[in-house]
Design a protein around this ligand. Structure first.
Ligand code: NAP
Length: 304
């Protein structure tokens, strides 16, 4: 029986494991995909102490740090179920095996949102991508569109513009919600066309994506010829495991937490993009901060 089981291998999970080990708690750190959403960041310029670092680099360093403690057992597998037991919680893995822990921290992150338009599913992986920073290289010299108006889309468009011939950034509003740093960076690019107040109605193609159909004409046509489209319209918190356990959600669908990051189920905590903490501001620093707070909560819970 572990003192705590941390589910999720992103910034929140790794940080929680580091703190947990330093509190001398026996810790199971488990998740399906190493690095979480953090590995999709091409350039991180707001992690204190690093003027610039890539997401994959930062996540690799966090992993190494977490795995350096003898208190931490790191396992890469999918957790398919979390149940309450008399002494704590039972985790069931994809292969049917189980482990028990006195407390649990959900650091399960989020999943990319989809446009839900015709052609999106059909051309997924054939021109439709959900990670501009991961797949930009495949569109060297091509024409692509990026959809969205938040940090992911605007940062993604700036990154893709470094390799693509032309980039259309399609956003449904007049204003971006992205960090002004990225908006300015984008405006400096001469191969980026900003398509505002437009939405994609359909993605068309043959073997691969060839065309986007817009809801309203842009520069005289409601069609844009492209080789690919990056859907960067945000993410939905991965709450399924915690919800099955009975953890309550907040008004926006994130795990509801108190000041110690404890969910509505005693002994079950949450940290990072899955939680409604930090004013829903999904950043490396807030995920890491919440991971630390959650462990301090776990420590208090185990002592009481
Ligand atoms: P986001 O901030 O939620 O923005 C999503 C964008 O997609 C919004 O502009 C939204 O439009 C648009 N959108 C949503 N659904 C749509 C639909 N069905 N059709 C068309 N457009 C749609 O998501 P994000 O950009 O992925 O960022 C998520 C979090 O990660 C944020 O907290 C962000 O700060 C953080 N992040 C940070 C960095 C960084 O610091 N470098 C990088 C990436 C992400 P509306 O504006 O109309 O709502």
């Amino acid at each position: 029986m572990f003192d705590t089981a941390i589910i999720g291998l992103g910034a929140a999970g790794y940080t929680a494991a580091i703190y947990s080990a330093r509190y001398k708690l026996t810790t199971l750190l488990v998740g399906e995909e190493e690095g979480g959403m953090g590995i999709t960041a091409a350039e991180v310029g707001n992690w204190p102490g690093d003027i610039e670092v890539t997401g994959p680099e930062l996540m690799e360093r966090m992993k190494k740090h977490a795995a350096s403690f003898t208190e931490v057992t790191l396992r890469q597998t999918r957790v398919s179920k979390v149940e309450k037991t008399k002494a704590g919680f039972r985790l069931t893995f994809a292969d049917g095996k189980t482990e028990e822990a006195r407390t649990v921290i959900f650091a399960t992150g989020s999943n990319k949102r989809h446009l839900d338009v015709p052609g999106e599913k059909e051309f997924a992986g054939k021109g439709v991508s959900y990670c501009a920073t991961c797949d930009a290289f495949f569109f060297k010299g091509k024409t692509v569109a990026v959809v969205g108006g938040g940090d992911s889309a605007v940062e993604g468009a700036a990154i893709v513009a470094q390799v693509a011939r032309r980039v259309y950034l399609i956003h449904r509003r007049k204003e971006y919600r992205a960090e002004p740093y990225w908006v300015q960076k984008l405006r400096e690019k001469n191969n980026v066309t900003l398509v505002l107040e437009r939405q994609i109605k359909e993605i068309k193609g043959d073997q691969k994506v060839t065309e986007l159909v817009l809801d309203k004409p842009f520069e005289g046509s409601d069609k844009i010829a492209v080789d690919g489209v990056f859907v960067e319209i945000g993410a939905l918190p991965a709450v399924a495991l915690a919800q099955t356990l009975g953890c309550a959600l907040d008004e926006r669908g994130y795990l509801k937490v108190d000041a110690s990051m404890q969910t509505s189920v005693p002994g079950a905590f949450a940290a990072g993009d899955v939680s409604g903490g930090s004013n829903h501001f999904a950043q490396f620093v807030t995920a890491a901060g919440e991971g630390a707070v959650a462990v301090s909560g776990v420590f208090g819970f185990l002592q009481s």
